[in-house]
Design a protein around this ligand. Structure first.
Ligand SMILES: [Zn+2]
Length: 195
């Protein structure tokens, strides 16, 4: 993915990086102003002075394995349509990150999971999303693609489709997971038990 995508005619970027133009409080135009010299310019309302902070988006992902094979889904939505990723999505306001991870995993691959540990937090310069990734164990459900996935399947650590992954965080988190949980004894994942 490129960092900058040209806006559509309506000012919206196709991948969710939106050019906000009007104050959400009074609907007058926003202007970019430097408020603090050490911080980036902010969108400030030209009429009421409301500061529209472009906060990061928080996403959560879960990585788990079944019999030593990691669960991935092929995305059926943009961005990264047709590329592989572990289950995940945006955290709703008021929802805990753990709850979001459990909810998204159920929605996307129909598995019930238990959060085992924080794998890591992934963020990238110039990118709006901060991704929290948990290592999970599978507690129930039957692996099946949800409505945002084309396909779901499991991959051994040597079978990961590295060139067809969705995001930099997908690659980095999978590397971390494999290094931490799977590299010492191939085929025996942290969730190696059958269920
Ligand atoms: Zn305003």
């Amino acid at each position: 993915m490129t960092k900058e995508t040209p806006p559509n005619a309506d000012g919206c970027h196709p991948h969710g990086d939106i050019n906000y133009r009007f104050c959400p409080v009074c609907a007058h135009p926003l202007q970019t102003q430097v408020i603090k010299s050490t911080e980036p310019g902010r969108l400030v309302c030209s009429r009421c002075g409301y500061v529209f902070y472009l906060d990061p988006k928080v996403a959560v992902g879960t990585i788990g394995d079944i019999d030593g094979k990691i669960i991935l889904l092929k995305r059926g939505i943009e961005p990264a349509y047709g590329r592989w990723v572990f289950p995940g999505g945006y955290v709703d306001r008021g929802e805990t990150a753990e709850e979001a991870g459990i909810r998204e995993t159920k929605e996307e691959v129909n598995l019930d999971v238990k959060i085992e540990s924080l794998l890591n937090v992934y963020s990238y310069s110039g990118r709006p999303v901060i991704i929290i990734v948990y290592a999970v164990s599978i507690t129930g459900g039957k692996l099946r693609a949800g409505d945002e996935a084309i396909e779901v399947r499991t991959f051994g650590p040597d079978e990961i489709p590295w060139s067809e992954l969705a995001f930099p965080s997908t690659r980095d988190a999978l590397r971390d997971y494999i290094r931490r949980y799977m590299s010492s004894s191939p085929g025996s994942g942290r969730n190696g038990e059958s269920w």
